[in-house]
Design a protein around this ligand. Structure first.
Ligand SMILES: Nc1ncnc2c1ncn2[C@@H]1O[C@H](COP(=O)(O)OP(=O)(O)OP(=O)(O)O)[C@@H](O)[C@H]1O
Ligand SMILES: [Mg+2]
Length: 299
């Protein structure tokens, strides 16, 4: 593993010093898509359902949304979306497919890509393949106003690479003490590398808004006091039967239970995200920056 990582580092350095890295700086000059990584400390807190339903809500607000399923273990954006995918990133890497060929269209026009084994295959790429893949991924910048990346849980290198590479991170937790403790551990890891990372918190499966407010406040107090990090309170989602019913029906709950509390909460979160002015401060494409940073994945 170390050998491969070492090799990738050399390749990246080569790419950076060669003229081929111009494709990154060129498009960095114009505004492009906003990239947001969705993650959690503890597993099973609702990231995938959150990402898919948020994507649909954002699409319904008129934004062009691309969701990338970057969960190596249990990739299931397609399952929650209710649409099986024929291809994933490994087809782009191995079978010479274009990124646009593997882009699937879900409800309300939200687009998505399965990472599948392709994410893991990243470390085995040679220089030509890596440049090829990054250039292909770069095309998504034209396709999307917002790119949402659904990751697995926890502190694995792969998850952290996506977290560190993205300018904005949505951290999902539930009210359970274990989920909150794991969320704190993740915030600590993120902040040790980037004090200015924009971390937005969503509390999922709450009983009422007061419970959410209480958790958001407590988490913010400890992160400010011990880590010097100010979190952004993005919102909450009620613990709602409609979510698991929708999962069983393989239909996103904002579609099949559009009047449910959870669906209303998702609308609020989508609006909060769109109205979040901080994202518009920086002019360059955050997706291009993301790709550039991702190329340092094993640094
Ligand atoms: N707001 C909610 N109300 C009720 N149940 C929920 C809610 N959110 C999630 N769930 C339940 O939790 C399950 C797990 O959700 P999901 O698969 O989205 O979690 P995850 O964080 O992506 O998991 P993993 O870490 O394995 O990727 C769902 O199948 C659903 O049954
Ligand atoms: Mg998931």
């Amino acid at each position: 593993m170390k050998d491969q990582a070492e090799r990738l580092r050399e390749i990246i350095n080569d790419i950076k010093s060669s003229s081929e890295d111009n494709f990154l700086s060129d498009t960095q000059k114009r505004a492009g898509s906003r990239v947001i990584t969705v993650t959690s400390g503890k597993g099973g807190v609702g990231k995938t359902n959150f990402t898919v339903n948020l994507g649909i809500k954002l699409a319904q607000l008129g934004l062009r949304v691309v969701i990338i399923d970057a969960d190596l273990g249990l990739a299931n954006v397609d399952v929650v979306m209710g649409k099986m995918t024929r291809h994933n990133l490994s087809d782009v890497i191995n079978n010479n497919k274009d990124i646009l060929d593997i882009l699937e269209v879900g409800p309300s026009g939200v687009k998505f890509i399965s990472g599948g084994s392709g994410v893991q295959a990243l470390i085995k790429l040679n220089k030509t393949q890596l440049v090829d893949l990054l250039m292909k991924l770069g095309k998504l910048d034209e396709e999307a106003d917002i790119v949402l990346i659904d990751t697995g849980a926890g502190l694995s290198d792969n998850v952290l690479s996506f977290v560190h590479a993205a300018r904005e991170v949505i951290l999902v937790t539930t009210p359970e003490p274990t989920a909150i403790t794991d969320a704190y551990a993740l915030i600590k890891t993120i902040s040790s590398k980037d004090k200015n990372k924009n971390i937005k918190i969503v509390v999922n499966r709450v009983d009422n808004s007061a419970e959410a407010a209480n958790i958001l406040e407590k988490l913010n107090v400890v992160t400010e006091k011990f880590l010097g990090i100010k979190l952004q309170k993005l919102g909450y989602i009620m613990n709602d039967n409609s979510v698991s019913k929708a999962v069983k029906q393989q239909q996103p709950f904002v579609i099949s239970f559009s009047k449910s509390e959870a669906a209303r909460n998702m609308s609020d979160i989508a609006s909060a995200l769109v109205n979040n002015a901080e994202a518009n401060v920086n002019s360059g494409s955050s997706f291009r920056m993301f790709i550039n940073k991702l190329s340092n994945i094993f640094n």
